[in-house]
Structures are given as structure tokens and as C-alpha cells.
Design a protein around this ligand. Structure first.
Ligand code: VAH
Length: 321
């Protein structure tokens, strides 16, 4: 059996997909899902599940020892929009959960860690197009500051204590199976749900706000790929730039209209516009492609078809429940 894995924050947008895919690849019992509160009965009953508070070192240590965990995916965090409303808790959760897992690895109790960074580490002074791996990084959000700090600590624990931690700067992620929570890029998920349910969508970002995005299938594949790569291939121990597609709300609406011709979009930018304006429009991920063979599969057209097909299927299933 594959090394035992613990996913912290397994009920979140990425965590749920990661749990499913890792169990598919390594076996259900190889993957212990955990979160601060129980997920849906379907999820909790789908394999080993534990209630773990990412801020409780002793709880994490107990589960690591109880299940002989060797690898940890730390997916618990407050995202950009929510973090602006609660900076102190966002800093506490995003940083101290990372220190708990880093210190367990430093003590030799965990062999390998995945920790998600984000393109939110870039700020208003960063070059916006084809943002390079190494560049000016002055994040102007609590979330971005926590991710930039986290990257520095990941690199420090690797260089000083030999901790095998790997990280990716996720762009905005789009998935059909789990709703995102508290992100600035969440409009790109909401729009598909509203296109099907209402035929219209009021977007909280302006029409020309171009942001780096990625379909969840690609993000999960990238996450597992970087964790499976030989340690010597991982040359960057802060976090790798990762890119998929970049688009504006107007472009995603135009793609949706190819499937739902009557769909209409309106624009009412809110506080999240300022966050989005501080981020890049597109990302250069050549380092990830070079070091561990990354390449994305989904473009806006194939993602839109896959999203709508799955959401229509879910709608049919829910009608029979
Ligand atoms: C957010 N979805 O919107 C996250 C992501 C790049 C954005 O980190 O906060």
C-alpha cells in the first residue's frame, strides 16, 4: 500500500477532490480525510475520516501517530475575500497550521508535505502578464501576505532542517463538485451554477478583469504530480508558479452562451475588485514544466463543456432525491 496520507481541510473545494483522486490512485484506506467539522455523511462514510482542527498541534500529532501517516496535504486556509474580513484569524490559521505540520516533519514524524500557495503572493507592483517565477512580490491582501510568508518558511525548513515540503502557486480554481468558499475567483464557479439555474449572473468583478485560472482536474493532477516527483527534481522549495488558462468574465460568459444562448451577465464590482486588480493576469509556469513535467489539459472551451455537463447531471440526480 502507498504511504499513509492525511489531508487536513479535506472538506474544502480542493480537499474533497484531492481525497477522491488520492483514494482512487492509492486505495481508500491509504488516505485519511480530516477537517475541523464533519463533512457530508456521504463524504465522511467514503473512507477514514477524523475531526481535526488545523490549529491544534496535539490533534494533528495524535492522528499522524494513530494512522502512521507519512504524507500530509495541508489544505486548510482562509481565502482572499474572507481573510480581508478577519485578518487576525486568517493569519493565525494560515500560518500556525503550517508551522504545526512543518514542526512534525522537522521532528521526523512526517516524511513529505504538500502546502498550497497562490498567485495571491503577487501584488500591484508585480508584472501582470506572464508573471515570472522570480519577480517583485508585494501582496496587498492578508491572504497573499500569509502565502508569501508561508513560502519563505517552507524554503527555510527545507534548507535548514531538510523537510521535504512541496508547494504550488494555485491560480483561481474551478470545479463542479464542491462550491468554493471565500475566494475572489469564485465568480468563475458561481457563473456556471447561475447560468443553469437563472439564465443570468451578476458578476462581482468588472467585465475586463483578466485572471489566471485552472480547472480542478488539472490542479489535482498537478498536486499529485509534484508530490510524486523525485525529490531531486524539485528545485524550488518556496512554491512553483502554475498556469492553466487566463480569461475575463466577458470571455467566460461568451463561452457559456455557446451552450445557453439566452444567458446574460451584468457587472456589479464589489470589494473583491480591488483584490483582483492586485493580482497578475497571466502566469509563466515554465519552471514547473521544466522541473516536473507539468502541462495543463483544459482550456476555457473544454472546461465550460465539462462544467455544464456535470452540473446538468447533478441537477438530474438531485431531482430524483
Ligand atoms: C481566492 N481562489 O480567490 C483563491 C485563490 C488565486 C485565488 O487563491 O482567494
Amino acid at each position: 500500500m502507498h504511504a499513509k496520507i492525511l489531508i487536513i481541510g479535506a472538506c474544502g473545494q480542493i480537499g474533497t477532490e484531492l481525497t477522491k483522486q488520492l483514494r482512487k490512485q492509492y486505495g481508500t484506506d491509504a488516505v485519511v480525510a480530516s477537517d475541523v467539522r464533519k463533512g457530508s455523511p456521504e463524504f465522511v462514510n467514503s473512507g477514514p475520516f477524523e475531526v481535526v482542527n488545523a490549529l491544534d498541534f496535539n490533534q494533528i500529532e495524535t492522528i499522524v501517530e494513530q494512522y502512521n501517516i507519512e504524507e500530509v496535504y495541508l489544505m486548510a486556509a482562509l481565502l482572499s475575500a474572507t481573510a480581508e474580513k478577519n485578518p487576525a484569524f486568517a493569519w493565525d490559521l494560515n500560518m500556525n497550521s503550517l508551522f504545526h505540520v512543518l514542526n512534525l516533519a522537522k521532528a521526523g514524524k512526517i516524511k513529505k508535505i504538500f502546502w498550497p500557495s497562490s498567485i495571491a503572493v503577487f501584488g500591484p507592483t508585480t508584472p501582470k502578464e506572464d508573471t515570472p517565477q522570480y519577480t517583485v512580490m508585494e501582496p496587498s491582501t492578508v491572504y497573499g501576505i500569509s502565502k508569501q510568508s508561508g513560502e519563505r518558511w517552507c524554503e527555510y525548513y527545507h534548507n535548514i532542517f531538510g523537510v521535504d515540503i512541496r508547494s504550488i502557486r494555485y491560480p483561481g480554481l474551478i470545479s463542479w463538485s464542491t462550491l468554493p468558499g471565500g475566494g475572489t475567483t469564485d465568480y468563475a464557479v458561481d457563473i456556471y451554477h447561475k447560468a443553469l439555474s437563472d439564465g443570468k449572473y451578476e458578476c462581482f468583478l468588472s467585465e475586463e478583469t483578466k485572471l489566471p485560472m485552472m480547472y480542478m482536474d488539472d490542479a489535482i493532477r498537478a498536486t499529485i504530480s509534484i508530490m510524486e516527483a523525485p525529490a531531486e527534481n524539485i528545485k524550488i522549495r518556496s512554491a512553483y508558479n502554475l498556469a492553466g488558462i487566463s480569461f475575463t468574465p466577458t470571455e467566460i460568459a461568451t463561452e457559456i452562451k455557446k451552450h445557453i444562448p439566452e444567458f446574460s451577465i451584468s457587472y456589479e464590482p464589489d470589494f473583491r475588485q480591488k483584490i483582483a486588480d492586485s493580482w497578475p493576469s497571466s502566469i509563466d509556469d515554465s519552471e514547473a514544466r521544466k522541473d516536473w513535467g507539468w502541462k495543463h489539459d483544459f482550456d476555457l472551451e473544454s472546461m465550460t463543456k465539462d462544467m455544464l455537463d456535470h452540473l446538468k447531471e447533478l441537477e438530474k440526480i438531485s431531482q430524483f432525491r
